[in-house]
Design a binder for this molecule. Structure first.
Ligand code: NAP
Length: 256
């Protein structure tokens, strides 16, 4: 049997809010393969949930980091650098848009709503990568999370589709720039999974149903399937893959 052994490796995973978070799905697979974990969370509101999850993987370290604020990013990384000599993996699983921008008409998106969605959901990949890469002197691997609305028009997803299109382009641009340092950058385009953020998209339950009915595999995907794909992309099994967007959506994206 083939096993992935990540003992001695260290992964920074952002975007764990609770046990349903896709970030936690990836973190669990990394931990099961032997990697040590660093988790960041946005603020006090979710601290208790994240602490509870972190306790499942002994040695996991937690840091508060609100990616919309440079002072919070700087403080988090000052502390991470103090406690951790080196990082091997980085998972970006952060997205946010104002509730009124995840329903109704896309053309009604305000300047402020557009800015918030792209700042938190897209620019944060740059802001974090810039701080993470100096901690990867021997190379590393980065994974972020997208959705098919980056490439197709999807009702209600609106400005988040724009943010995901930016994220996918950034994946290619960063892959080109960081390849010479042996840092790989990839993206998972996941089918709908019931999480806190996903439930904020108007009509999300209908999206789950449509994927289940139409996808070639005739079902929705699981947290675990996102987790194992994250593990694959981060590990050396994917050593020849960078700048790629991999769909984990039961095949939905191949349909007309
Ligand atoms: P989730 O559990 O709600 O995770 C979203 C995370 O983003 C939360 O931990 C949230 O923290 C964090 N976040 C928001 N604003 C932040 C900020 N300013 N600073 C730091 N963190 C912030 O939902 P999820 O579905 O797992 O989302 C993870 C990623 O998967 C997102 O990029 C999402 O777009 C993507 N994705 C999800 C699906 C799906 O159907 N679930 C499909 C495709 C792609 P708080 O909870 O504390 O605000």
């Amino acid at each position: 049997m083939y096993t992935i052994d990540l003992s001695g490796k260290c992964a920074l995973v952002t975007g764990v809010a609770n046990k349903r978070s896709l970030a936690w799905g990836i973190a669990r697979e990394l931990a099961d393969a032997g990697a040590s974990l660093i988790l960041t969370y946005q603020g006090e509101r979710v601290r208790d949930y994240v602490e509870e999850l972190a306790a499942e993987v002994p040695g996991t370290r937690l840091y508060e980091c609100d990616v919309s604020r440079d002072d919070s990013l700087d403080a988090a990384f000052e502390n991470i650098r103090k406690d951790t000599p080196r990082l091997d993996y980085f998972v970006h699983a952060i997205a946010f848009a104002q509730r009124e921008d995840l329903g109704g008409k896309f053309f009604d998106t305000s300047r402020e709503g557009f800015h918030v969605a792209l700042d938190i959901s897209s620019f944060s990949l740059l802001a974090l990568t810039r701080r993470v890469v100096p901690m990867m002197p021997d190379g590393g691997s980065i994974v972020s999370l997208s959705y098919i609305a980056a490439q197709r028009a999807v009702p209600s997803y609106n400005v988040m589709g724009t943010a995901k299109a930016a994220l996918e382009q950034m994946t290619r641009q960063l892959a080109m720039e960081l390849g010479p340092q042996n840092v790989r950058v990839n993206c998972i385009s996941a089918g709908p999974v019931s999480t806190l953020s996903a439930r904020g998209v108007s009509g999300f339950t209908g999206m789950l149903g449509a994927h289940r009915e139409r996808a070639p595999l005739q079902r929705n995907i699981t947290h675990k399937e996102v987790g194992t794909t994250g593990l694959f992309l981060l590990s050396d099994l994917a050593s020849g893959i960078t700048g790629e967007v991999i769909f984990v959506d039961a095949g939905y994206h191949v349909l007309l």
